[in-house]
Ligand binder design. Structure first.
Ligand SMILES: Nc1nc2c([nH]c(=O)n2[C@H]2C[C@H](O)[C@@H](COP(=O)(O)OP(=O)(O)OP(=O)(O)O)O2)c(=O)[nH]1
Length: 135
């Protein structure tokens, strides 16, 4: 079973987080699920550079990668991933353009668990919501 290293961007702007919905693809169990923008790391590529590259390619947004928030290992039926999710910021949300996702939403951390997340993302969405309750 293939294993992929994936990076994901938790993009924060004015107290909200960008949540992006996937379209239909190869695997029904992640089709139409919400995820954080990002993607597979190329061989030898630094993780933060991979993340900036993927986010620019996918949604045309320049981000600043702040810090690693959470790393998850998840086994889907056909492949597994190790996904590193980073807290990120941006200043130019006005230029956002979706190349691969069918829609996106800016939600407060407390609202995140309401979405239908890819299974690997659920612990991250729940951690962000729990942290928001404690501030
Ligand atoms: N970018 C991103 N991918 C995620 C998240 N959660 C999650 O399970 N994944 C999965 C979906 C993909 O199988 C993989 C990311 O790789 P990718 O974005 O390059 O995947 P893809 O299928 O669109 O690309 P490809 O294989 O067609 O080249 O990780 C997430 O929050 N962000």
């Amino acid at each position: 079973m293939p294993h992929y290293h994936v990076v994901a961007a938790i993009i924060q702007h004015r107290g909200k987080i960008l949540c992006a919905q996937k379209g239909a693809g190869k695997y029904s169990y992640i089709d139409y699920k919400y995820e954080f923008p990002g993607g597979k790391v190329e061989t030898g590529e630094p993780l933060e550079a991979a993340l900036r590259r993927e986010v620019l390619e996918e949604i045309h947004l320049n981000i600043h990668v702040d810090e690693l928030y959470h790393t998850v290992f998840h086994k889907y039926p056909d492949f597994s991933i190790t996904m590193a999710a980073y807290l990120c910021t941006t200043s130019d949300v006005g230029s956002l353009l979706l190349e691969e996702h069918i829609q996106c939403q800016w939600l407060s951390p407390a609202e995140l668990p309401q979405l239908n997340w890819a299974a690997a993302d659920l612990p991250i969405a729940e951690k962000l919501a729990a942290a928001a309750k404690n501030v």
